[in-house]
Structure formats: structure tokens, C-alpha cells
Ligand binder design. Sequence first.
Ligand code: ACO
Length: 325
Amino acid sequence: MRNVGIISVGSYVPKKVLTNLDLTKMVETSDEWITSRTGIKERRIAAMGERTSHLAINAAKDALHRADFDPAHLELIIVATISPDSNFPSVACLVQKELGAINATAFDVSAACAGYLFAMTTAKQYILSGMYKNALVIAAEKITSLIDWSDRNTCVLFGDGSGACLLGEVDHDRGIVADYLHSQGEHNEMMKVVSEDREPLNQTSKTMPMPYVVMQGQELFKVAVNSMADAVEIVVKKAKLQLSDIDCVVPHQANDRIISAVAKKLEIPKEKIFINIDRYGNMSAASIAVAFFEAIDQKRIKKGNTVVLVAFGAGLVTAATVVRW
Ligand code: ACO
């Protein structure tokens, strides 16, 4: 039986920082409100002309460089994104071209904030089946392009970024131990992208409708806490482990209060939870990817540790993965 694991990780965030103070000049808000309600102090914003594929390519190169891996040997590239450069081509195909990964199959998956884990599980299954030997999984979001910058309910929450990992066969003492994916389409209204109706074909319109995120914050908050706590319990059980066996939890970074509530519900000490929302806000699929990278980089995750990644997002979708590092 093959055993699939993470060979390397990489990350990239845009240089431009947008602080809470900057936001007070754009909408009626305050650093105190944003910090106390969300834990966010600042977020990164992609530069004009910097697109999701650029973020993805930089994170991909970082992950490949750290493994000293030749892109020509890549067999699969999956990009998790809800903010692709355009409807088509896929971001994954743009990454493939830029990397020179001429032998890879490339496609995108859409699972909002849980996208990185949906993509990782998908890639793992391809490797387990024997169809491909390795896979590059990337989460990349320029979600700030989907934000109504006059809506203080949403514009303070999000940021741009990207993370990646290279998957392949590893020894049996490490790797992806268990995973869990769950969708609740009945809650699709809780968070979505809306837009004005398009003009019918053959008619012209001077203004282009702008898509933007709307959400029911308080309802999402409750579902997020319950879904993520349930997902951790389910995936840990699937891995035949106890919650006390977990060394580090890397949760989706939507709100520090959601993360605290999940930790409390599961009775996991907060020191075991990795949090970087203060510096990045919610980067959708890229949140977990960047947090996982930083937890490893900062040695919060060490060799032999058992880690749970857990995410929740629009759809609604939930995902969790147990990794032995
Ligand atoms: N600055 C100042 N005041 C604000 C702001 C702001 N940026 N935004 C809202 N307010 C006001 C509201 O208008 C409201 O005022 P009112 O009482 O006069 O009507 C008041 O603050 C309280 O608003 P609430 O919505 O009740 O605030 P809450 O404590 O619920 O926090 C928040 C809002 C941060 C959005 C929270 O509900 C939350 O984090 N929800 C989960 C969101 C989430 O997880 N989204 C993403 C998940 S899916 C994904 O990541 C793709």
C-alpha cells in the first residue's frame, strides 16, 4: 500500500500591507473594533496587475525550490482558488506553463476556504491510485478583487496570498494519515459572491457589474465553530488517535474568536493552535496553506509531530486532514 505525504511546502504573500488604520480612512471602522472582533491587525493586498496566477507561481516555485525538485518531473498540479485570473484557462494551466511543467496534468478546484485541503485530498487519491507519482498542490487567492471596499462588514476581513506543497510517496512513519471532506449545499446562501444582472447578449452596457462577497457573519460564525470542531473529532478518530495525541492544529484563519471557540469546544490548549490571522486576515484557501508553511518554518511543527489542518468555507464546505510530519 502506498503512503502519501508532504515533501515540501512554500508560500508567497504580496508586499503591500493594508493596516487597520488604513481601513479607517476608507470606511467607518476602528482598529479596536477590527482587532477585538476578528484578531486581524493587517492584511496583504496584491499589487495592480498582480493576479492570482502570479501569487500561485511564486508559492509553487518556493515549494519546488525547497525540495530541489525539477518541474519537468511534476505529474499533477492542482490549484485551489475562488479568485482565478479569469473563468478560463485554469490558474493551474498558467502555473504549468510558467514552471515548464510540461509533463503535468493541471486543473483547479473550487472549495472556498477549504480548497487547499480539498485539493490535497484529491491529489493524495491520485497518487494512492497509482495514476500519478507526485502532485503540486497550491492555494492562491486574490480575494480582495471580490470585495466591496465600501462595505465595512466584509472589507476588513480579507487579504491576498498563496501557499503550496509538493506531495509524493513517503516512508510509512510519516505522511497524510487521514482526511475528511464534507459539504452542506443547503447553507449556500450564507456566504456568496453576488453581481448585478448581466446585459443580454448583443446589448451594450457602459458599466460592468462588479462581483463582490456578501455574508451572514453571525450565522457563519456559529456553523464555523461547530463544523470545524466536529471535523477535527471525526478526522482524529479516522486516524485512530485521541485529541491529546495532536501536537499542533492549523485552522482556517477567518476569525480569532472562531479559532478560540473551536479550541475551547475541543478542550485543546490554545498554545497548540497556530494563528497568524493578525498579519494576513482571511486569505480564503490560502490561509491554511500559508499558516501551515509558517508553522513549519517557525518550528512550531517539528519532525514526528502529529498535525491537524482544519478548514471551513463558503458552500458550505468543511475539511480536515491529519498529517504526521
Ligand atoms: N467596523 C465597525 N463596526 C462594524 C464593522 C466594522 N468593520 N462591521 C460591522 N460593524 C458593526 C455592525 O454594523 C453592527 O452595528 P449595529 O449593532 O449598529 O448594527 C455591529 O458592528 C456588530 O456587528 P456584528 O455583525 O454583530 O458583529 P460580530 O461580532 O458578529 O462580528 C464578524 C462580525 C467579524 C463578521 C463575525 O460575525 C465573523 O467573523 N463571522 C464569521 C465570518 C466568517 O467566518 N467568514 C468567512 C467564513 S467562509 C470563508 O472564509 C470563505
